[in-house]
Design a protein around this ligand. Structure first.
Ligand code: NAP
Length: 325
């Protein structure tokens, strides 16, 4: 009977964190596979221009950057598998001598065996869910002010949300925009007090309280954002704001549901790492590592995710060796 292949690492996710971990593991002669998920390449594939990732004198496209990373891994000979992971099982209590620690089960039922797992599944922006929003992402609507802010120089823009990210985004955008509306559904901000003070005292930011965005490009079939309609949820009054940019900062959904029972997470599903001093990307379960936006990150940037992926790859390699000694 043919013996079942045992991977050293199964890397779940094909964004900058997953692919960087994979490049490091493959180059260390480890048996590695990347599970590419629903959106191969991850969140960056829906970003138009990336000009804050070092190494590209004229910037590059989000999709191109991710395809280049994927091809770098593939050209080394690395394996990529499409599909979604449903469950990870810890086999150590059942089989103690095989060297196999985990079984990774896919939605279709296929099962793979591995010594370690790196979860790099990312997070997706929460969107408002209103008409024309999806079509205009990348055409005036964005989920990342740090990435796209500079394309809105001398324009009027709006930010939706009242948390730390919305406040940081609003303040950051005043560097470029002539005016920033900060639209929040309540009459007080959730952001921390120092951050609140910065936005409330900035003359370029106009707070729009108790309001929700209910329409986009009213009466227009334009390919780029031209206006938003907002409704005051106390009075029902509606008005149209002419804006060239809309930054949606109402939170994120980490793609970690499949690991809920397995590793410790924050209330909103971010995987917790950083407790083990020797393996900083290790989760609460030894042998499972996590990197990038599916963890509790401070900066949601591709370069940070790539660095984190490098760390997870090296941590997994070192941890596997430690188990063999
Ligand atoms: P957040 O703190 O959960 O804030 C989300 C904001 O969006 C809230 O103001 C919420 O309104 C609003 N919102 C949610 N759903 C909405 C909807 N459908 N329509 C309109 N508004 C909606 O999320 P975040 O700002 O992304 O921050 C995530 C975490 O990272 C937080 O714990 C934050 O403190 C932390 N963070 C910290 C720092 C820092 O320390 N410098 C920087 C960035 C982020 P309500 O207030 O009414 O619920």
């Amino acid at each position: 009977m043919e013996e079942k292949k045992i991977y050293d690492t199964i890397i779940i996710g094909s964004g900058p964190a997953g692919l960087t971990a994979a490049i490091y593991n493959f180059r260390a002669d480890m048996k590695t596979v990347v599970v590419s998920g629903n959106q191969p390449g991850g969140q960056l594939t829906i970003t138009t221009t990336v000009d804050n990732y070092p190494g590209f004198p004229n910037g590059t496209g989000g999709m191109k950057l991710m395809m280049d990373m994927m091809n770098q891994y593939k050209n080394l000979g690395g394996e990529i598998k499409s599909g979604l992971v449903k469950k990870i099982s810890d086999l150590r209590s059942q089989i103690s001598e095989s060297g196999t620690n985990f079984e990774v089960e896919f939605e279709g039922g296929e099962k793979l065996l591995t010594k370690a797992v790196i979860v790099a599944t990312g997070a997706s922006a929460k969107w408002l869910g209103i008409e024309k929003e999806k079509e205009l992402i990348g055409h005036g609507i964005s989920g990342c002010a740090t990435c796209d802010g500079m394309f809105f120089r001398d324009k009027v823009v709006a930010v939706v949300g009242g948390g730390d990210v919305a406040a940081e985004d609003a303040e950051f955008l005043t560097k470029f925009a002539t005016k920033v509306y900060m639209i929040h559904r309540r009459d007080s901000l959730r952001a921390q007090i120092p951050q609140q003070k910065l936005v409330l005292n900035n003359p370029k930011i106009e707070m729009v309280w108790n309001s929700e965005v209910v329409g986009i490009n009213d009466g227009s079939e334009a390919e780029n954002l031209e206006n938003i309609r907002i409704r005051n949820n106390q009075t029902g009054e509606e008005k149209v704001l002419e804006v060239g940019g809309l930054f949606v900062a109402i939170g994120r959904n980490p793609a970690t549901g499949f690991a809920k029972e397995l590793v410790e997470m924050s209330e909103d599903g971010q995987i917790l790492t950083g407790r083990n001093e020797e393996y900083r990307t290790m989760t609460s379960l030894p042998g499972i590592f996590a990197a990038g936006d599916c963890t509790k990150v401070d900066y949601r940037q591709a370069i940070v995710a790539a660095g984190d992926g490098c760390r997870a790859g090296l941590d997994a390699e070192k941890w596997i060796k430690s188990q063999e000694n």
